[in-house]
Design a protein around this ligand. Structure first.
Ligand SMILES: *Cc1c(COP(=O)(O)O)cnc(C)c1O
Length: 361
């Protein structure tokens, strides 16, 4: 049930190959892929029980993509289309995961990649990725929104290909996650939960669900439930945030590029958007690791914190089928993990007795 591979055993070859009919590609598009997509959809009954819910919760574990976040779905499209146009240099501003994906796909396409990161505000694993894939890595003394402004200006020179989600084909690639959820569940969920930063993903998921409904693959649309971090909640608060702040660095964005798309998804789906505190995010982050063995990054856990709110507020009817995007892998951000775990390794002498003492035997 968790694989959408056809039973013939055909090899999975990435989202463009799998969903070509739904994507703006042609035979002239050189497909740059790392076999992204086909990520597991994992049912987490332990977590649901722990939060007092009575419904099915399925986590789409996007941390298991090639660069360990959902950004690979959009990047296979963006870099393939850039290659089709003959681009030599791709550039992006990033809170970390877009740069990791851009750097990897550019390496594969033999393009130069330039990434602009907010200095000191990206998780360690993501920085390691940009450097390892060989991207020209620039730490801007400013926040994500300022880095994106610079990237937009550089894009206007026509000398570089911008692969931020202001590039419309990113959204096209990202919508394939909705297709997979419906294919894996054999139906559409009743609710879809996800964290919201730049709001590209909520825009993409909604587009994907609508397209699947229009093509007759599903018979209803889910309600879209998005969550922002309290210190970085422009859509919830109704105004850009000048100095966004949150432990969930992947959603530390004060002026979302796809604000309109988010509003549209929320309105059309009869959805809901709210904010959660960093403390709630970290509680949910730890809880899902301990109840179900799923280690995500803090931003992903924002939507689980949001689900806990919704359960308390009685917003989720009994028996609902809910899917939620776990946007990135927990190993991206080892600093926060070690701080949040709540304990450190027990250091003992190298003998059996010392270890038994720690275990309590
Ligand atoms: C990019 C990202 C988000 C936010 O997605 P948007 O499309 O910007 O709303 C959330 N979590 C992780 C791990 C991300 O990398």
């Amino acid at each position: 049930m968790n694989s959408i591979l056809p039973s013939t055993g055909e090899r999975w070859r990435g989202v463009i190959h799998a969903y070509r009919a739904h994507l703006p590609v042609s035979d002239a598009t050189p497909v740059v892929s790392l076999n992204e997509g086909n990520t597991p959809l994992i049912r987490v009954d332990n977590f649901v029980k722990a939060i007092g819910g009575e419904f099915e919760l399925w986590l789409k574990f996007e941390g298991l993509n090639p660069t360990c976040s959902f950004k690979d779905r959009g990047m296979t499209m963006a870099v393939s289309k850039a290659a089709e146009r003959g681009a030599q240099i791709v550039i992006c501003a990033s809170t970390g995961n877009t740069s990791a994906a851009a750097a990897a796909y550019a390496a594969r396409a033999k393009m130069k990649c330039v990434v602009l990161l907010p200095n000191g505000k990206i998780a360690l694993g993501k920085l390691a990725q940009a450097l390892m894939y060989g991207a020209t890595t620039i730490a801007v003394q400013g926040n994500f929104d300022e880095a994106l402004r610079i990237v937009r200006e550089l894009g206007e020179t026509g000398k570089v290909e911008v692969v931020n989600s202001i590039n419309p084909v990113r959204i096209e690639g990202q919508k394939t996650a909705s297709f997979e959820i419906c294919d894996q569940l054999g139906r559409a969920p009743d609710f879809h939960f996800l964290p919201v930063g730049n709001a590209g993903n909520i825009t993409a998921y909604w587009r994907g669900f609508k397209e699947y409904k229009a093509s007759g693959k599903i018979d209803h649309l889910p309600k879209m439930f998005g969550f922002q971090a309290a210190g970085s909640a422009p859509i919830v608060d109704g105004a850009p945030v000048e100095n966004p702040n949150t432990v969930a660095t992947a959603i530390r964005i004060g002026n979302p590029a796809s604000w309109e798309g988010a509003n549209c998804a929320l309105k059309e789906s009869n959805g809901f958007i709210d904010k959660v505190t960093d403390e709630e995010i970290l509680d949910a982050y730890k809880l899902i690791a301990r109840t179900d063995g799923i280690f995500v990054e803090p931003a992903s856990a924002a939507c689980l914190a949001g689900l806990i709110h919704c359960v308390k507020a009685g917003k989720i009817p009994m028996g609902s089928v809910i899917s939620a995007t776990m946007t990135g892998h927990g190993l991206k951000d080892p600093d926060n993990a070690i701080k949040t775990a709540g304990f450190e390794p027990f250091v003992v002498e190298a003998n059996k007795e010392a270890v038994m003492k720690v275990i309590g035997l």
